[in-house]
Design a protein around this ligand. Sequence first.
Ligand code: TMO
Length: 313
Amino acid sequence: MKKLTLTLAATAMMAMPLAATAKDSSDPIVIPIHNWSSQIVMSHAVGQIFESMGNAVEFVTTDSQAVYESVRMGDVALELEVWEGAFGASFRAALEKGGLHDVGDHNAVTREDWWYPMWTKDACPGLPSWEALNACADLFKTAETGDKGRYLDGPVDWLKHGKERVDALGMDFVVVNAGSAAALWAEIGAAEKDKRPVVVFNWTPNFAEAVWPGEFVEFPEWVDGCDKDPSVGPNPNALYDCGNPAKGYLKKAAWDGMKDKWPGAYATLEKISFTNPQIAEMAKFVDIDEMEPEEAAAEWLANNESVWKAWTN
Ligand code: TMO
């Protein structure tokens, strides 16, 4: 019996193409998941691609800043959405320490910043300039914010530094952090009925652009070092006195050990590249169509076989 098994195994090995000699580990590839829809759906889509190649995959929900430390240590294998605006600083810090590397950019241009639906501009026609927004601060007053305007920022772990920016630029706004991405969409949705002016954190690519036409507020242009060197940006004594990059990158990152442990999956990761419309659609499946992320990922893969199958050879 034992002999027969060995013979079968040997036969199977001989039938394998030479290129498959470096085989992926059977340990699960651990993929981190965060708190916005495109990242969750994309992570499941890539997990399902890896599974189609015979790999085991596990998902773990992690903080979106601390994850760079987790990738560096190999606790998770990769990160699929490194947004320049929100995570560039944590990514760069982890790169300097070593243990993770840049696996290239998606074919996408990203922006994350203060944003308003178009009806807000009807009430404050000087927009999109930040000075015009500030002159209209009265329009955004709420009971909670007193005589200052309300700005609903993203959840705290996205580290948008809204409060620091308000201080650095001397703005008449109070920054409130949303508890979740869903709270941002609820704020816009609630304002829509009576076209109440609102300004909230938003980003692109995202489903929101197809639902609510809108614009980003134009702050002083991002300059490298604006988050590290007070002399950079218009206020010589403050950090965060610039907008986020208007043409930010969206990168993939991997643990340095991934290449040797799962060479097949790593080769696919190198080729993976999603576009702005593809990423926006992933978010839409969850935020508009109310699919579960796994289901949304499967739907996306079923509709786009020619896109992702090319990444697996
Ligand atoms: C990290 N995000 C895309 C939500 O700005």
